[in-house]
Write a protein that binds this ligand. Structure first.
Ligand code: AMP
Length: 171
């Protein structure tokens, strides 16, 4: 865990002043860093019964794709507006820096289907909460929300009260 933490780069004042951006590109470019991250994430959810990962754009895709492959699950992608080609549903949410809207294909999740949401990092929890709402609007059931990194001091976990939150590396 400490070895992984050492591979994550702090970039001060990105994308705006006052934010310390946790850069995972320095972790995933190292083969053992990437493999170990996937192994640890897999351990967190391997005993949960679910059908699909729902991955958040864009760093969530890196971990979501590898996990869906190793755990033999489907993969749904949540995207920024205007990127998905077919009919979508949308949610607006606030970020640690600014606001945003995310979209999911209307037919991405079947009624009653169980999913795990995946992203690289939990900050305020706004993105994950908006994603959970999209899943639930389609009749899906959120069995857990999985992150590689959690910024504990932003209390995203409190915003996501009622959901099972799993994370590996804490700041
Ligand atoms: P939030 O909705 O506040 O939990 O923000 C989470 C989303 O924004 C994730 O997709 C993160 O990748 C990104 N994010 C927010 N804050 C940071 C940060 N300090 N370092 C890296 N990514 C961040």
């Amino acid at each position: 865990m400490e070895e992984l933490k050492k591979l994550i780069r702090d970039v001060p004042d990105f994308p705006q002043k006052g934010i310390i951006f946790k850069d995972i590109t320095t972790l995933i470019k190292v083969k053992d860093g990437f493999r170990r991250s996937i192994d640890l994430l897999k351990e967190q959810v391997k005993d949960i019964s679910f059908e699909k990962f729902v991955a958040i754009e864009s760093r969530g895709y890196i971990f979501g794709a590898a996990l869906a492959y190793v755990l033999n699950k489907g993969l749904v992608i949540v995207r920024k507006p205007g990127k998905l080609p077919a009919e979508t549903i949308k949610e607006e949410y606030s970020l640690e820096y600014g606001t945003n809207t995310i979209e999911m294909h209307k037919d991405a999740i079947n009624n009653g289907e169980k999913v795990i949401i995946i992203d690289d990092l939990l900050a305020t929890g706004g993105t994950a909460l908006a994603t959970a709402k999209l899943v639930e609007r389609l009749g899906g059931k959120v069995e857990g929300i999985l992150f590689l990194i959690e910024l504990d001091f932003l209390r995203g976990r409190e915003k996501l009260e009622g959901y099972d939150i799993y994370s590996i590396i804490h700041y």
